[in-house]
Ligand binder design. Structure first.
Ligand code: DP6
Length: 317
């Protein structure tokens, strides 16, 4: 019996950065994200005749070959074994296959979508009669990779002290564009970044700032104050990147190409009095979110950057 599911990635506007419990991936602050339904990981689980669990690349139409390092495979299988234990699966071994519908070398984080898909697939396979609520499933998923719990719902998800919660907003699902200015593997993983930021002097007050921004951003979105939502999201990713630049040892993801794209976003806002929401993850790439009626603006950004960088967007058809 083989099970196969897919799960989307997500992009946070208020960031999960810093953990109060590193083993359980318990965050220091509430984060808030939009699920990215066009960036998917597929996971398939099938019993095998070996005496161990194994990982393989899933092959299929529209799936990209990806290489998962030995360390990456171990981390993935470790989460699978944690889930097996949770669902009381003993002395049975499986082959876990996974792949993304986007290239893995493109600088778009796939850990959220892959750990969410692994959790969902394992749950569907082993917990058929016992239905788990969203929060409980989220608690399981975050132990593999924190941000993955936000991929189990959508489009808007809050992840706080009590777990994940779907939020209804008047904007619904926005159009998403990622301008991939660099697709090299990150030298500092986000898990390492979580550890280091607590040694920044700017980390003092960071949880409070993030919590306040969550409330402000929700309020801006609920009242359809788009500019305010842009300003809050902008301040938030700079806050996170300032932590990276000021911890010990400090490090940087931002490069001159990131800055050029950021300046072009500011220019559009200046000239039109409107523009996309803008954020950056733990990497140099820029994520933009557009309201559906801003589709022409998305096309213009795509035309501006597509010859220089890889651009991934939905809503282009
Ligand atoms: C910068 O979820 O990748 O993308 O829990 O260690 O697996 P682990 O970290 P991860 O952290 C993501 C951090 C971020 C911000 C965010 O998505 O909220």
């Amino acid at each position: 019996m083989k099970y196969k599911v897919s799960a989307p990635s997500n992009i946070a506007l208020i960031k999960y950065m810093g953990k109060i419990d590193a083993n359980l991936n318990k965050p220091t602050n509430t984060s808030f994200s939009m699920t990215l339904n066009h960036l998917l990981t597929f996971v398939e689980i099938e019993p095998n005749a070996h005496s161990e669990d194994r990982w393989e690349l899933l092959k299929g139409e529209n799936l990209y070959p990806m290489s998962l390092s030995d360390k990456g495979q171990l981390r993935f299988l470790k989460h699978f074994q944690f889930l097996k234990q949770h669902f009381k699966v003993e002395n049975k071994f499986f082959t876990v296959r996974s792949a993304n519908n986007f290239p893995s070398d493109c600088g778009l984080a796939s850990s959220a979508s892959s750990f969410a898909a692994l959790t969902q697939c394992t749950y569907e396979m082993f917990s058929r009669d016992k239905k788990l609520d969203l929060r409980t499933l989220g608690e399981l998923s975050r132990q593999g990779s924190g941000s993955s719990c936000r991929s189990l719902a959508g489009p808007w998800v809050l992840w706080g002290e009590k777990g994940i919660e779907q939020v209804k907003l008047p904007y619904g699902e926005l159009l998403h564009m990622a301008v991939v200015v660099e697709d090299e593997k990150k030298l500092i993983s986000s898990s390492e970044a979580h550890k280091r930021v607590s040694h920044s002097s700017l980390f003092v007050g960071r949880p409070e700032r993030a919590e306040k921004r969550v409330q402000q951003l929700l309020q801006a979105m609920q009242t359809k104050n788009w500019r305010e939502a842009y300003e809050i999201s902008w301040a938030e990713f700079w806050d996170m990147h300032a932590l990276f630049e000021t911890c010990n040892p400090h490090f940087s993801y931002m490069n001159s190409a990131s800055l050029s794209v950021l300046r072009s976003v500011e220019k559009v806002w200046e000239e039109k009095g409107d523009g996309p929401l803008c954020t950056m993850d733990a990497g140099p790439n820029i994520h933009l979110l557009f309201r559906p009626e801003q589709k022409q603006m998305l096309v213009e950004f795509n035309n501006q950057w597509k010859n220089q960088y890889k651009v991934f967007a939905n809503g282009m058809a």
